[in-house]
Design a protein around this ligand. Sequence first.
Ligand code: ATP
Ligand code: MG
Length: 740
Amino acid sequence: MTPATHSSLFPAVPDSADAVLEGLDPEQRAVATALHGPVCVLAGAGTGKTRAITHRIAYGVRAGILQPATVLAVTFTNRAAGEMRGRLRQLGATGVQARTFHAAALRQLQYFWPRAVGGALPRIVDRKIQVVAEAAAGCGLRLDRGELRDVTAEIEWAKVTQTVAADYAAAAAKAGREAPRDPAEIARVYDLYEELKRDRGVIDFEDVLLLTVGILQDRPDIAREVRAQYQHFVVDEYQDVSPLQQRLLELWLGERDNICVVGDAGQTIYSFTGATPDYLLDFRTRHPGATVVKLVRDYRSTPQVVRLANGVLGQATGRAADHRLELVSQRPSGPEPRFAEYADEPSEAEGAARAIRGLIASGVPAGEIAVLFRTNAQSETYEQALADAGVPYQLRGAERFFERQEVRQAVHQLRAAARFGGNDALLGEASDLPGLVRAVLSGQGWTPAPPAGSGSAREKWESLAALVHLAEGFAAARPQAALADLVTELDERAAAQHAPTVQGVTLASLHSAKGLEWDAVFLVGVTEGMMPITYARTDEQVEEERRLLYVGVTRAREHLHVSWALSRSPGGRPNRRPSRFLDGLRPGSGSAAGARPGLAGAGGVEYGTAAGGADGIRAAARAERAVPRRTRRTVARCKVCGRTLTDAGEMKLMRCEDCPSEMDEGVYERLRSWREVQARRSGQPAFCVFTDKTLIAIAETVPEDPVELARIPGVGMRKLDRYGADVLAICAGQDRTEAD
Ligand code: ATP
Ligand code: MG
């Protein structure tokens, strides 16, 4: 474990250019010192690619070889750009631009638009999908949400591959894209979409790049100006460059060749948007004199995590797989990855929250833990579970920290306090810097303990707590520092967009986690349908999903938890199965081609263990239901005649609708009266407590213990928790209608 101690938050800035090189291995050093001409680094996850290029920039700047303002470092996500700025700053390389392609292009576009076109840059459209819907309607097409999303993705793909509407059908066929509708229809929607935007004077995200490219192509004077400003280019995650971004890069570069690219074809996860690893893999063909460096030592993850990562990629196929580099861990041994299966998503989220609490209790800082999922819609269940478990979390990326209103206000207050000498009587007893900061921020709503629940109050508190934490680290690193020094530090960080680590568990999508790392990573929802996602149909699309899992696995330094749920909601049909990408890698899944011997069986399958203070009902029910449930529920049979049941209502009843009922009428009536009281108390409709079918099934079974009760469809963990004791008491003949 590498806890984010104060010294790691404020590492000493290397005192010379040579000192910058000290933290690199020989291959990385070769990258860092090759400051002229084309350089290409091909290497797997965690091998120090980002480290090599940030050190390269820092070394060049510190040695006086590169002028900071002439360097442009580009990457793909705001988080990654923020991370890069932070690393550069820690190495003493300030003034270097590190941005996403979009942010860099947008800045240039805003600057040159008045001269190139006149007037102000058009507004960027807020809800693109809405405009696509209007365009579809204008073409006489009614698309459902899924189709709209697919058609929008096609339009985006067309734009980043610089394909106009008239050429879409031919280009899509050539690229082997499975168009979600008739390509001619998509082309018409695309055409009308562009027209609608023009009429409204708005542009979209892709237009930002297209327009920048257009201006640089058409206006040699502007291109010259941009090239005079930027002379050295560095691209991280180059495997995810789109043809349009590549074009922009070429225009920035002009006839020069001071370009350094790093990437890992095995982490290509944006090809659905038109990105391709071909530019990375063909770099040497385009630049015959390039310095090419390969890195294989994995400094990030333990041998256990690396083995699983190699296993996931070991089964890959396609061009990226041909360039596979087996990772070799440099870290000491750690715990085996853990795999856990749960009955439903809320139980899975509860399980993750419980394990996270355990990790925090064992000393892993919350900010060093991440929960990663395939779709953003999965986030909410985890937000809820973490809030219920009293675990702080954050959703927002690093980029906007200093723009948050509460942070701006807090810095403003700290500045005002510093102006008063930081010892205003209002600040009371506080004698040290962190104490002063806490006193100032308590006026803004900071409290020693977080507010209950989730929501905006909690987010605000997390921001303030991050500032307090930062102040503590700052004071520990510089004991003599005064409040004014801290304010200067905050200003510098804000200018460099170097956000402090918010001390909360990160909830993020796998796509947005690219390039980042945490001590502990929870990969959740790893089922067929999520990974690969249902709409991944072609082999290439499925391979991309596999790489996404590889990206997820390789985010973990030490602790890795992989989990899935057999059904979505409590009591739902357990018809899901773990992702095929785990076949042969997770315990109990047999061995698949490419599986590493010794891995299967090593992790120990945890079926939603009930450890951690769960009460007896939950513990007993969960322990029992976990293993056999899947086999028991996959084929539901009528308990009277034995016929296989497929109707949802009959499955809830556990018998055919017309097979004789053996219901205990008395229990049924008492359950109904009790349900009415419950519904009234909680202000919900009665069926939200239990449906009629579930009540009938309970009255037919008359369960004697939580285990039997939990077996009844419609009785999920949450309901068991809430109503289990009452229902069992009624079944045992007690009247609970009036009971509390
Ligand atoms: P990804 O493919 O996920 O983007 P990467 O190749 O960019 O990974 P980095 O993020 O640069 O890898 O490095 C992974 C981790 O290993 C970081 O914590 C980094 O500081 C550490 N690391 C890299 N190289 C070294 C080294 N030579 N000595 C010590 N630690 C290193
Ligand atoms: Mg990286």
